[in-house]
Ligand binder design. Structure first.
Ligand SMILES: Nc1ncnc2c1ncn2[C@@H]1O[C@H](COP(=O)(O)OP(=O)(O)OP(=O)(O)O)[C@@H](O)[C@H]1O
Length: 463
C-alpha cells in the first residue's frame, strides 16, 4: 500500500508538536485530534490502521489517565488498530501500563522523527499484513463452499453452479484434470444438499481391481464367491439417503457399466450372488479427468451411461488457467500450513510470487498444496522463497517474442495484480497503475476483466 493511502490518526494536544508530527508524516493520509472525544470520533469516521497518541491529554495533560482511557476506548472500538503511545521522557512505567492495556508500542519524548517514522511504518506493515491474513481467513472459511478457494472468475462460476445444482437431485458430472478439486467440489455438493446429514460415500473406480469393483459397489450375499463369509452391502447401499461419489468414472470397466446404467435408471441394486432388488435413494456425483466423448469414440464408455451421468456437467478449469487467483489460493494454503506447523511465516518473497505466476502447474492445486506444505517446513526465513517451493529457475510458459503479445500479456497481468491488491476498487487500481478511471475501464473491457469479481472475492465469496 502506498504511504499516501495509509491513514494515520495523530492524537496530540500540543499544537507545536502536532504540527511537527504532521510535517513528519506528510506523505501519509493524516487525520488529527486533540482530545479523547475528537480522537474517538475520528477513529470511527476514518478507521485508521495506526494511531499515534500522546498519553497526556486534556483536561489533565500532565497526567496519563485521560490518555490511558482514550487508548482503552480505541482498543475496544477497533481491536485491530495499532496504537503507538507517546509518553514523557523516562516514563517507562506508564509506557508499560499502556502496553498492558493493548497499545502496540510506545515512544518517549523528545520526539526523534526518524525513529518515530520507522516505528509507525512497521506498525502499518504489520497491520496491513494482519488485515490481509484476516481477509484470506474469511475467504477461506466463511463461504457456503467451505474450504474452497475460488479466487478466479472461472472458479467463481464453478462455485455458483455448484450452489445451484447442490439442492437438486440431478446426477452431476465434474470434468477436470487431476488435482483441480473435483472431490472437494463433490463434497461441497453433498454439504449444500438436503442430504447433508446422511452419508457421503466415495469410490474411486480406477483404484479398485476390476474383479472386486462390482462387489465393492453393489455388495454381495454370503457364499457368492470364495471368501464371501457374510452378507455385505456395497457402497451404493451405504450411501442410501446420501450422496455417492463415483470418482474416475471414465475408468469403470465396460462389464460394470451396464449394471451401473441399470442402477441409475431403476434406482435398485442387486448384490452379487443375490436375487433381491433393493431400492436405494442416492444422489450420484461422478468425476473424471478424461474426455468422455473420446472414451465413447474408442468404445471404452457407453454412450447411454454417459447421458445418464451428465445430466449436468461442470467443467473445472485447470489451475494454470486461473491466473488472477493463483496467488490468493497460494496464500490461503500458506496460512493454513504455517498455522498447522506453527511456523511464523508471513508470506511469499517476490521471487516466489513471480514463480507461482509463471509456472504451468501440471499437477494443479494438489501440486501447489504439496509444494506449499513442504516449503512451510523447509523455509529458513519469515518468507517462503521460490527455492523453498522448488521453483527456483523454473521457466515461464513458452515465451513469445511478438512484442504486441508481450505488451498485452504484461499489461493484463499488471491490471489483474492491481485489481487484486485493491479488491477491485476502481479509483485505487487506476491510481496504482497511473492511469485515469476511463482508461482503466477501457483496459478492463479490452482484456475481458471484471473489477467486480475482485471485490466479490473479498465480500461475497468469503471462502
Ligand atoms: N479451490 C480449492 N481451494 C482449496 N483447496 C483446493 C481447491 N481445489 C483443490 N484443492 C485441494 O487440492 C487437493 C486436490 O483436490 P481434489 O482431490 O479434490 O482434486 P481431484 O480433481 O479430485 O483430483 P483427482 O482427479 O486426482 O482425484 C485437495 O487437497 C484439495 O483440498
Amino acid at each position: 500500500m502506498s504511504e499516501s493511502s495509509r491513514k494515520l490518526l495523530i492524537v496530540e494536544d500540543d499544537p507545536g508538536l502536532l504540527n511537527q508530527l504532521k510535517w513528519c508524516f506528510e506523505s501519509y493520509d493524516v487525520v488529527t485530534a486533540s482530545d479523547r472525544s475528537s480522537a474517538i470520533a475520528e477513529l470511527r469516521r476514518h478507521e485508521p490502521l495506526v494511531v499515534l497518541q500522546d498519553l497526556g491529554l486534556p483536561p489533565n495533560p500532565d497526567g496519563v489517565e485521560e490518555g490511558l482511557a482514550t487508548l482503552q476506548e480505541t482498543v475496544k472500538l477497533s481491536p485491530f488498530t495499532k496504537v503507538i503511545v507517546v509518553t514523557g521522557h523516562g516514563d517507562q512505567q506508564n509506557a508499560l501500563r499502556a502496553i498492558a492495556l493493548g497499545a502496540y508500542d510506545f515512544y518517549q519524548k523528545p520526539v526523534d522523527t526518524d525513529t518515530l517514522q520507522l516505528i509507525v511504518d512497521r506498525a502499518f506493515n504489520i497491520a496491513e499484513l494482519e488485515s490481509e491474513n484476516r481477509r484470506l481467513q474469511a475467504v477461506a472459511t466463511q463461504s457456503p463452499l467451505e474450504g474452497i478457494v475460488a479466487a478466479s472468475d472461472a472458479m467463481l462460476q464453478v462455485c455458483r453452479m455448484i450452489e445451484k445444482v447442490a439442492p437438486t437431485n440431478v446426477t452431476t458430472l465434474l470434468l477436470g484434470e487431476s488435482g483441480t478439486g473435483k472431490e472437494l467440489l463433490s463434497r461441497a455438493i453433498h454439504r449444500l444438499s438436503p442430504r447433508r446429514d446422511k452419508r457421503f460415500v466415495a469410490i474411486n473406480c480406477a483404484a479398485i481391481p476390476e474383479n472386486l469393483l462390482e462387489s465393492e459397489l453393489f455388495g454381495y450375499e454370503k457364499g457368492a464367491f470364495t471368501g464371501a463369509a457374510r452378507q455385505t452391502p456395497g457402497k451404493v447401499e451405504m450411501a442410501d439417503g446420501g450422496t455417492l461419489f463415483l470418482d474416475e468414472i471414465g475408468d469403470m470397466p465396460m462389464s460394470l457399466q451396464a449394471k451401473m446404467l441399470r442402477f441409475l435408471q431403476e434406482r435398485v441394486v442387486e448384490r452379487v450372488g443375490g436375487r433381491e432388488e433393493i431400492p436405494v435413494d442416492v444422489r450420484v456425483v461422478c468425476a473424471t479427468n478424461q474426455n468422455p466423448v473420446e472414451l465413447i469414440k474408442q468404445d471404452l464408455f457407453r454412450e447411454d451411461l454417459y447421458y445418464r451421468v451428465c445430466e449436468i456437467t461442470i467443467d473445472i478449469p485447470p489451475f494454470r488457467d486461473r491466473e488472477e487467483g493463483r496467488l490468493i489460493l497460494a496464500r490461503v494454503l500458506l496460512n493454513k500450513y504455517a498455522e498447522q506447523q506453527k511456523r511464523a511465516i508471513s508470506g511469499f518473497s517476490d521471487d516466489a510470487a513471480e514463480a507461482i505466476e509463471a509456472y504451468s502447474w501440471p499437477g494443479n492445486v494438489r501440486e501447489l498444496e504439496n509444494k506449499v506444505k513442504s516449503a512451510v517446513i523447509m523455509a529458513d526465513g519469515k518468507q517462503v522463497t521460490a527455492a523453498d517451493l522448488g521453483l527456483a529457475g523454473v521457466d515461464a510458459e513458452e515465451e513469445t517474442l511478438n512484442l504486441r503479445e508481450v505488451r498485452q500479456h504484461a499489461e493484463s497481468k499488471a491490471i489483474r495484480k492491481a485489481l487484486m491488491k485493491n479488491f477491485g476498487n476502481i479509483s485505487r487500481t487506476a491510481e496504482l497503475l497511473g492511469v485515469t478511471r476511463p482508461t482503466l475501464y477501457d483496459l478492463l473491457s479490452k482484456y475481458g476483466l471484471s473489477a467486480e469479481a475482485y471485490s466479490k472475492r473479498a465480500n461475497e465469496t468469503k471462502e
